[in-house]
Design a protein around this ligand. Sequence first.
Ligand code: 5GP
Length: 119
Amino acid sequence: MEYDVDNIFAKILRKEVPCIKVYEDDHALAFDDINPQAPIHVLVIPKGAYVSMEDFTASASDMEIVTFFRAVGKTARQIGLSTAGYRILANTGDNGMQEVQHLHVHILGGRKMGPMVSI
Ligand code: 5GP
């Protein structure tokens, strides 16, 4: 799938759409999910134009991949989830039910998350 420069997260990166920012570095941005599924629900996105985890792990540089995953961990620590724990997930493609076509990792915390997959 080709990257759509008008997806909502691209607009957030360009500051055309506001977000509640929780972490930012040169390569990644983390912000509150607009429709939280847990007391804490943060999305972490790379600044590069990658559709999905599939696209990212196939096409991004080692540096981009390393810095992105470090940003996920830094974000979780910064929002205070290290001790209690949290869940990360990245819905990918059609069966993964990915809605926004810019790679994002969900960080969910603040309560026990329940079964890993619901159907
Ligand atoms: P997906 O299903 O693609 O893994 O998750 C997309 C997520 O993006 C959803 O949890 C949804 O609530 C969130 N989202 C969609 N539009 C916006 C928006 O404009 N701002 C923010 N902060 N989150 C959004």
